[in-house]
Design a binder for this molecule. Structure first.
Ligand SMILES: [Zn+2]
Length: 358
């Protein structure tokens, strides 16, 4: 492997030629900040396990979610091109309506496969365990097994569970378990089912996704704050997809309601609502430098971790988005590109040395 600065490359970027020979040589982008190689981590990358999906007769949304053959090669090439060293894989929940027996089997198949995928390429992939949160006691076992037996680095959830909010007291045992395990919980929305059952998100604009997804995240986080879940479990490490949806962009309204309508609040919080944003984590999928600057201002730059949404092509420039946002220090950029995620996910910082726990 030889490193060389590519002609015409922006500052802070180097490329490494690796693997193969001649025309088949691939170029792997290596991200450099302040003259130092930075290991980069994508916390928001999707995959699928068809054997688990078959248990619910669920079709595959796109072949690009598969972690084998040419689609895996395509994924690695995209990671190399974009300068992504490690992906933290997650699977969006489709099993929240499954009965206990199906849910138990499905999650076992899925988490085993995730562990297998990560073991095959520990320098490129870590994964979030999946859990059947509709059966909270089962989810507690699955989280523990996912982390301790399968070596998965956190747990992924949807933004609600078959009509119940994540703040529902039914889920307190799950929150207690992940707090005790000390692992990251990645919350990814799946639209806003209650609105999709009306006509309000129909028409042009893919609104079920475009605004339905961030809205779902906004609702989920707001309940976790206002229902006191974050007070009850102060050690939780939660990362919200898509920059936390709309919550950070209009966070001050959540403080303002406490002084505007104090008599209408049904419970007291230990902190101002916006202060909870500084203990949550958010991915960087907010598209513009101004949006990332604002997110960092509301949450603190140390709460932001890089995301791509691969294989869904919302962005292919997550690394540059962070490198090119004015006002971020080099330390902020290093933290967002991978430093913070490495700590949260137990990834060793040595570049090229993989995802195993140090
Ligand atoms: Zn996504």
């Amino acid at each position: 492997m030889t490193a060389k600065k590519s002609a015409g490359a922006p500052d802070g970027i180097a490329f490494v030629m690796c693997g193969g020979s001649g025309a088949t040589q691939a170029r792997r982008r290596e991200v450099v900040v302040s003259g130092k190689r930075v290991k980069t981590v994508d916390v928001h990358a999707h995959c699928a396990v068809p054997d688990a999906m078959a248990l619910m007769g669920r079709p595959l949304e796109t072949q690009a979610l598969l972690m084998a053959g040419t689609t895996l090669a395509d994924r690695l090439r995209a990671m190399d091109d974009q300068g992504i060293d490690v992906e933290a894989l997650s699977i969006n929940p489709y099993w929240y309506t499954a009965d206990r027996d199906v849910a138990k089997k499905l999650i076992q198949v899925q988490n085993e496969k995730l562990a297998e995928i990560c073991a095959a390429q520990p320098d490129r992939f870590v994964a979030f365990a999946t859990v059947a949160l509709q059966h909270p006691d089962l989810a507690v076992e699955q989280a523990e097994e996912g982390v301790k037996k399968y070596g998965l680095r956190g747990v992924s959830l949807g933004g609600s569970v078959d009509g119940l909010e994540l703040s529902d007291p039914k889920f307190h045992p799950f929150w207690a378990k992940v707090e005790q395990l000390g692992v990251l919980v990645f919350i990814h929305p799946q639209g806003t089912a209650e609105l999709e059952s009306t006509s309000r998100l129909q028409g042009n604009g893919v609104l079920t996704n475009t605004i339905g997804n961030p809205l779902e995240t906004t609702i989920a986080l707001s309940h976790l704050i206002f229902e006191g879940t974050l007070d009850r479990f102060p050690g939780l490490k939660i990362c919200a997809a898509h920059g936390g949806g709309y919550l950070p962009s209009y966070a001050a309204r959540s403080d303002a309601v406490c002084t505007t309508f104090p008599h209408r609040l049904t419970g007291a919080l230990k902190k101002k609502p916006t202060e909870y944003l500084r203990q949550l984590y958010f991915d960087s999928i907010v598209f513009t430098a101004e949006a990332l600057r604002h997110l960092a201002a509301e949450t603190g730059p140390g709460q932001i971790v890089m995301g791509t949404d691969y294989p869904f092509p919302w962005t292919s420039t997550s690394v540059d988005h962070i490198l090119d946002t004015p006002g971020l220090s080099d330390a902020d950029k290093v933290a967002m590109l991978g430093g913070t995620a490495m700590t949260l996910l137990g990834i060793t910082p040595r570049a090229g040395a993989g995802g195993s726990r140090a």
